[in-house]
Every structure is written in C-alpha cells, then in structure tokens.
Write a protein that binds this ligand. Structure first.
Ligand SMILES: Cc1cc2nc3c(=O)[nH]c(=O)nc-3n(C[C@H](O)[C@H](O)[C@H](O)COP(=O)(O)O)c2cc1C
Length: 203
C-alpha cells in the first residue's frame, strides 16, 4: 500500500464542504489555471471502474467551439422558457447565450456505451465516481463545479459538434466550472440525513 498523509478530519471536511456551484468569478479576471484543470482530469481517471473498462471521455471546451455550444444551450433554454409566449424567445435566447459564454470553463463528460446492460450500468457508476473525483479535486483548488444534465447533453447538435455517435458514446454531464466566488451562497443549502438514519448495522 502506498502511504497517504491526508488527515482524516481535513479529508472529511473537504468532502462535506464541497457544494455544487452556480456562480463563478469572471473568466477574464480569474481564469482557471491549466495545471489545476489537469489535476481535476488526473483525479477523474483514477476513479474505480469494474474490469478496468475506463469508460469515460472528456472534452475540454475551447474558445472556438464554445459559442456553438452556447447557441445550442440558449436555443434549448429559450424554447422552453418561451413556450407560453413565443415573442420572448429572443430575450431568453440572448440571456442564456451570455450566461453560457460567461462560464469560465466547460468540460463535457461522455460514457463509452457497452452493449452489455450490466456493464453499461457499472460504467455509468464508474463515470459518476470520476466526476466526483474531478469535483473534489476542483474544490480542493478553490474551483467550483456544477454537474449539469441539462438539455445540451441530449441535443443531437451537441453530438454532431463533438463528432460522436449517440449509440457509441453518451454525454452524461456538462461540468460548468470556475474559481469560487466566496460571497456566493449555495442555491441549495447543504443538507443530508444523518448517518444513523440511512445505515443499518447488521449483526
Ligand atoms: C447525476 C447528477 C445530475 C445532476 N444534474 C444537475 C443539473 O442538471 N443541474 C443542476 O443544477 N445540478 C445538477 N446536479 C447537482 C445536484 O443538484 C446537487 O449535487 C445537489 O443539489 C446537492 O447539492 P451539493 O452538490 O451542493 O451537495 C446533478 C447531480 C448529479 C449527481
């Protein structure tokens, strides 16, 4: 066994303090350092995965493709929000476009799809572990993350942009990330049932 020197208490605190983040410091003034992003990706690929299938794929969104993804994101949001009043489409589109463009870094996560249902389920679990590793490493570096499963990851145009086949690879998350704005309170207050409510000690 390799030795680890992380103190249990601080490790637990890191896990407990991690929150999903929805607001970030601006990309212009507080860009994410390349090394920090690399650390997140490194943490992700060391997630457990049954039979070493390593089912994950990551796309780090750059400046060229970002406006194209922003268009897909904004179209989905505006279409939904203007359902009752189509005249509002342009307004919501522009708002959503700016929102997406302002996200300091977007990383898309894909799962290579096995034809075997059991393997497919286990691979999704492995990808979720990878995302949690990514999230924790980000948090440790004062980078906030939101794992989104919003419409952009299901939209056929996103698959076309990434040049992937939906039958072979499923996009399972869009990770929106940026340096943490310490003044921002989490939208959802941290809340968990206590351990004793969800744990049974079997004799
Ligand atoms: C599989 C999965 C999908 C999620 N999808 C979304 C999403 O689409 N939008 C969102 O705002 N948060 C999403 N989240 C984040 C959860 O809403 C968040 O983890 C939960 O509210 C608890 O907050 P915490 O992460 O701060 O503990 C997702 C989380 C998981 C595990």
């Amino acid at each position: 066994m390799q030795s680890i020197n992380i103190e249990t208490e601080s490790f637990l605190k890191l896990i407990q303090s991690r929150r999903t983040c929805y607001q970030f410091l601006s990309k212009e003034n507080h860009p994410i350092e390349e090394q920090k992003l690399q650390n997140c990706l490194q943490a992700a690929i060391w997630a457990p995965n049954h039979k070493l299938t390593q089912p994950w794929l990551f796309w780090v969104v750059g400046d060229e493709i970002k406006p194209e993804l922003a268009d897909i994101y904004a179209d989905n949001r505006a279409t939904k929000k203007s359902q009752t009043d189509p005249d509002c489409y342009e307004y919501f589109y522009e708002k959503a476009l700016q929102k997406f463009l302002a996200i300091p870094q977007v990383v898309l996560v894909g799962q290579k799809l096995s034809e075997n249902e059991v393997v497919k389920n286990e691979d999704y679990a492995a990808c979720a572990c990878a995302i949690q590793n990514f999230h924790l490493m980000a948090w440790q570096q004062k980078i906030g993350v939101q794992w989104s499963t919003g419409p952009i990851i299901k939209d056929v145009r996103t698959y076309q942009k990434l040049d992937i086949q939906r039958e072979q690879i499923e996009i399972i998350g869009a990770l929106y990330m940026g340096n943490i704005d310490e003044n921002c309170r989490p939208k959802i207050p941290p809340k968990r049932k206590p351990v004793n409510e969800v744990t049974t000690y079997l004799k």
